[in-house]
Design a protein around this ligand. Structure first.
Ligand SMILES: Cc1cc2nc3c(=O)[nH]c(=O)nc-3n(C[C@H](O)[C@H](O)[C@H](O)COP(=O)(O)OP(=O)(O)OC[C@H]3O[C@@H](n4cnc5c(N)ncnc54)[C@H](O)[C@@H]3O)c2cc1C
Length: 577
């Protein structure tokens, strides 16, 4: 995926990544994989069973082994790999960081949220903080010695962030006093690091209503002395932790700020603009959670399908049993998981590569193209991958039969853990609205059109035993073009009613194109004489792409009536209380 679909080798041409040898990336990922398997993955189950607990004094104790695993993560430096070397980062591309983050998330999603939120806070500070703010906060957050949070949500302000009421009163010394309550704050309080750098959205005294009036502040758990050492405790507190369906390892805090000292980032009333700069990367990271948990669920399901034996195959004598992996229906479930996993990975990695181009290409046109591609792909990565994360972890349970429903196999945990992915960081409904309201109209539909042109050219380039895939893929591309044109011509509620199925169709077709591209490379390498394990790997790439394009892409064309029927029937529906 990195080499053949995301073309990670191209990144070496950007000055920032001149030192990144594409041939060394595989070794780096291998090393990271070992670390996450050995150090983080074993904490997944205990994290789920024990959960993080709030103590009567407002402190929070994380499950057994989490402090140690976090400390080892900081020492190993995996969390810092894709950050700017100026702040102690490894200077690797986002796409490499994302591949590492995928493994961290597979290992323990609840745990992975701590570095994930820190990463979002670093991006915001890096883009909008003053030099002094960056120097004070960012290096310690890049190293992981301090962690970060994002405080947006309040009881009345969820999707509608503009409804938030937390107050920021300007003090004589230029700092602000922050007062208000935030809910659902991920890793809002914990025991794994010395300080927590909360980024808090609040309103100044004369701010207009809605998103325009929002400012963003750094509000640390502990103030920092001039020499960089930790100073006095700030007046903020975790007043409770939520009891949740999953990600029990992650403390989800209700935070009370009582005149806490805050430092304005950027100008007053530019908070939402600042948030938007980190939103693409945060949304991609959440989309990645769908992929990461589907991957772990798949690995477990494959293992179970070899271990579990049952009778019932036509070729077996009475009383004989065989591994369930021999049943076509079980193979259908496993291959559906594998094909969607590879499709999601292709989409997410391309999305990250586009972000790298947007930020680091020397050529302005390439930066612009990267930015546009990242903008279009982000809602797809976020919503499609988390929806699929739900569906595929459910299939993972199904492969286990009754044992999947029993907690001790661990299959059910993945299903519970990923459920939140479709909800936070902008619900998937909001992502679909973003796609049709902001992204599809870019250049009057041409930004999405260019992406579909790529899918079409990958389809047309297929040959030999892949040539039967050209037709279903091109039919998918044509359906996307027709649906996109309809949505552009029918704005308002009519288009809003079709947004979610359109996102699903478009994501499937675009990812199908990427799998076709990868399959074409695999085919060429096989023809050039690949042998042994490499040949088997390449053959399996072609099998997976064939299944995806022949069976999964055409199934999505059935969404066309849902996309283009407008709002009439939804408006006619009268839910009765
Ligand atoms: C475990 C967990 C961790 C979280 N972590 C954080 C965090 O660290 N920081 C933080 O600030 N927040 C966090 N959140 C909050 C999260 O981002 C919100 O729950 C989310 O944005 C949705 O808001 P809501 O819950 O108020 O749902 P609502 O906004 O009430 O939405 C309810 C339903 O209505 C739909 N809906 C709402 N408005 C519209 C619209 N305009 N158009 C179409 N449909 C709409 C939604 O799609 C959804 O299906 C977390 C939440 C959870 C559960």
């Amino acid at each position: 995926m990195l080499q053949h679909v995301a073309n990670v080798g191209e990144l070496q041409a950007h000055e920032a990544f001149g030192h990144v040898e594409p041939s060394e990336i595989a070794g780096l990922l291998e090393e990271a994989g070992r670390f996450f398997s050995e150090v983080v993955a074993p904490t997944n189950r205990i994290g789920d069973i024990q959960g993080s607990q709030r103590n009567p004094d407002g402190s929070v104790t994380t499950p057994d082994g989490i402090v140690d695993a976090y400390q080892k993560l900081v020492e190993a430096g995996w969390g810092a790999i894709a950050f700017d070397p100026e702040f102690g980062g490894g200077g690797f591309p986002t796409v490499v960081g994302l591949a590492i983050q995928e493994m961290l998330t597979s290992a323990n999603m609840g745990f992975s949220l701590c570095p994930l939120l820190t990463q979002g806070a670093i991006h915001l500070l890096d883009a909008h903080g003053s030099e002094e703010q960056k120097l004070t906060w960012v290096p310690k957050m890049v190293s992981g010695e301090w962690t970060g949070t994002m405080n947006l949500t309040e009881p009345q302000a969820g999707s509608d962030v503009g409804a938030l009421t937390a107050k920021a009163a300007r003090n004589a010394d230029g700092t602000y006093s922050i007062t208000g309550q935030k809910i659902f704050i991920t890793w809002g309080e914990h025991d794994v690091a010395d300080n927590i750098v909360h980024l808090v959205l609040a309103r100044t005294a004369d701010a207009p209503p809605g998103t325009k009036g929002i400012s963003v502040f750094v509000v640390p758990k502990f103030l920092v002395n001039d020499d960089g050492t930790i100073g006095e405790r700030n007046s903020l507190e975790c007043v409770s932790l939520e009891h949740k369906l999953g990600i029990h390892c992650s403390p989800t805090a209700v935070m009370a700020f009582e005149g806490a000292t805050g430092y304005l980032i950027g100008e007053e009333q530019t908070g939402m603009r600042s948030m938007f700069t980190m939103m693409n990367s945060a949304r991609l990271s959440v989309g990645l959670e769908g992929l990461a948990l589907a991957e772990r669920s798949y690995q477990q399901a494959v293992q179970y399908s070899f271990d579990r034996t049952q009778g019932g195959r036509p070729d077996l004598a009475k009383g004989e049993a065989a591994p369930i992996v021999e049943h076509p229906d079980v193979r259908r479930m496993l291959l559906t998981m594998k094909a969607y996993i590879e499709a999601m990975r292709s989409l997410c990695y391309l999305n990250a590569k586009a972000m790298d181009d947007a930020q680091h290409a020397a050529d302005a046109d390439m930066r612009q193209a990267g930015q546009e591609l990242a903008e279009v792909l982000t809602p797809l990565s976020k919503a499609w991958c988390t929806d699929l994360g739900n569906e595929l972890t459910s299939l993972g349970v199904q492969v286990h039969g009754g044992m999947g429903f029993i907690e001790e196999t661990g299959a059910a945990q993945h299903y519970r853990d990923i459920r939140i992915g479709a909800i936070y960081e902008g619900t998937n409904g909001i992502q679909a609205i973003d796609l049709i309201g902001r992204k599809l109209p870019m250049r009057d539909g041409a930004a999405v059109g260019d992406l579909l042109d790529d899918s079409q050219s990958y389809a047309e380039a297929l040959s030999g035993n892949l040539s039967s895939l050209t037709k279903p893929l091109i039919e998918g591309v044509s359906a996307c073009r027709e649906a996109g044109a309809w949505l552009l011509a029918n704005r308002g509620d009519a288009a809003l009613a079709g947004a979610t199925p359109y996102l699903r169709l478009l994501s499937t077709v675009v990812a199908g194109g990427l799998l076709a591209k990868g399959a074409g490379v695999a085919q060429a390498e096989l023809a050039a004489g690949a042998t042994g394990a490499r040949a088997e790997f390449l053959t399996q790439k072609m099998v997976t792409a064939t299944f995806f394009i022949e069976q999964l892409v055409p199934a999505q064309l059935g969404l066309m009536p849902s996309i283009m029927s407008g709002n009439d029937v939804l408006a006619a529906y009268q839910p009765a209380l």
